[in-house]
Design a binder for this molecule. Structure first.
Ligand code: HEC
Length: 160
């Protein structure tokens, strides 16, 4: 009997540890954790957006040849990511200590912030149409307007 307990004890300790981890995971995250997560998600979204616009930015600088098919693909990605901007800023993280460049006025000027996200979306729709047409100067013009839409929001709502 004693021997049996000895054998079982380590196993059941492991089981208990596993169960308590499972229970901890089911508990709702603290407000601090939720804020940290929200910052991670929105920065992740912008990193993806930057990744998508990068090749187009290179074309704008003349560092890469204009590739209409590539622009079309990236413009669709910028549309998709820009359509998520207001959603990832729903959680107001102002009162938490997080590593963020988001300015407080995102949550006091929400309509204007949403307008700037929408301006980017529309510029990316125009860019995709220009890429489908394939005219080089039309593509560069529309790509420049997408870049301006990024900058317009950063100037107002992102710390340097
Ligand atoms: C509606 C506002 C808005 C628009 C439009 C916008 N951004 Fe941003 N962007 C932000 C804010 C705010 C941050 C800071 C987020 C943070 O640190 O929490 C940011 C951060 C970033 C970052 C840094 C991410 C990080 O990890 O710190 C990149 C890269 C970026 N944006 C790229 C772009 C590109 C490229 C475009 C255009 C295609 C764009 N953004 C359009 C508001 C915007």
């Amino acid at each position: 009997m004693l021997k049996l307990i000895n054998v079982l004890a380590p196993a059941s300790a492991t089981l208990m540890a596993t169960l308590s981890v499972a229970v901890a995971q089911n508990a709702p995250p603290s407000p601090e954790k939720q804020a940290e997560k929200a910052v991670e998600i929105r920065q992740g979204l912008f990193n993806v957006q930057g990744f998508a616009f990068g090749p187009v930015g290179a074309m704008l600088k003349g560092a890469a040849p204009v590739d209409a098919a590539l622009v079309q693909k990236e413009a669709a990605r910028v549309q998709m990511t820009s359509s998520m901007i207001t959603e990832v800023f729903k959680l107001d993280t102002r009162k938490f200590q997080t590593r963020t460049k988001a300015k407080d006025k995102i949550w006091t000027d929400q309509q204007d912030f949403a307008q700037k996200a929408n301006d980017l979306h529309e510029a990316a729709v125009v860019l995709e149409a220009a890429a489908r047409k394939g005219d080089k100067s039309g593509i560069l013009d529309a790509a420049g307007k997408v870049g301006n839409a990024c900058k317009a929001c950063h100037d107002e709502y992102r710390e340097k």
